[in-house]
Design a protein around this ligand. Structure first.
Ligand SMILES: [Zn+2]
Length: 258
């Protein structure tokens, strides 16, 4: 009798890079960078479909997973490979749209074209538990994929698969694989396979990147302006509170001296 294949779970991290330094710059650029990231995270989630499921939003990254029953590993692997292409396409379509709208000239908005996407894929053993309304993934393989976010790949735009994932996925749309060995804390040396998309923006087909309409541009412009107002108000309110405090203090001093 054949033993039933062990069920494995695919883990995928889609991580946006290029905006961290804007988060430390001016409050307005930081606020706009946050709005851009929210839009891009939504685009990534919108581009995903079963079997991929969102596990968590983690800063500038979306953590996806896809379960298998053991017999359907190859079929799910094929679907995930296609989905990863869709994630690239959707991400670059959205950055292109944001750049074309030219709704703001702050550092964050002007550099939206410089944002990149990397995707890290692993397959392993995962325990999936419900915590109230949330789904939580547990296991050393979950820890490993997160540790692989820090790696020696000299780029912000690539697909990185663990050796286990590459064995199942086998190739990535005809791109040349580069085999690396990463030193990962607590895991030792881990074999990974990296693919560099040649021109990721060329993955965006014309029908996936429609020109922004006037309504799109106006809506986005209003959103950015509203966030600018919130930033300016929060800065202006601080002196008001200080003045109120110092006025009360001065009042008490006057009462004390009279
Ligand atoms: Zn801006």
């Amino acid at each position: 009798m054949n033993a039933k294949p062990t069920s494995k779970t695919f883990l995928l991290l889609a991580d946006i890079s290029g905006y961290t330094h804007f988060m430390r710059e001016s409050p307005v650029a930081s606020s706009h960078a946050r709005q851009v990231i929210i839009r891009l995270l939504k685009a990534l989630i919108g581009a995903s479909a079963p079997p991929l499921t969102v596990a968590e939003l983690e800063g500038d990254a979306v953590f996806f997973y896809a379960t298998t029953s053991g017999d359907d590993l190859d079929r799910i692997a094929f679907q995930i490979k296609e989905q990863m292409l869709s994630l690239f396409a959707s991400f670059y379509a959205e950055t292109r749209k944001l750049a074309e709208m030219k709704a703001c000239e702050c550092d964050a908005c002007s550099n939206v074209g410089g944002l990149k996407l990397k995707q890290i894929l692993h397959v392993g053993d995962v325990a999936i538990e419900r915590v109230n309304q949330f789904t939580k993934l547990f296991g050393v393989d979950v820890i490993l994929i997160h540790k692989l976010l820090k790696n020696s790949v000299p780029s912000n735009e690539y697909v990185l698969m663990t050796g286990q994932a590459h064995t199942v996925i086998t190739d990535f749309h005809g791109l040349t694989p580069r085999i690396l060995r990463e030193k990962v804390e607590e895991f030792g040396t881990v074999k990974v396979v990296v693919f560099y998309p040649i021109h990721p923006s060329s993955m965006v087909r014309a029908n996936e990147s429609p020109k922004p309409t006037t309504t799109d541009t106006l809506t986005w412009s209003c959103r950015l302006k509203w966030n600018t107002i919130l930033v300016l108000m929060s800065r202006d309110l601080k002196p008001v509170r200080l003045n109120t405090h110092s006025m009360k203090k001065r009042g008490k001093q006057r009462e004390g001296s009279s």
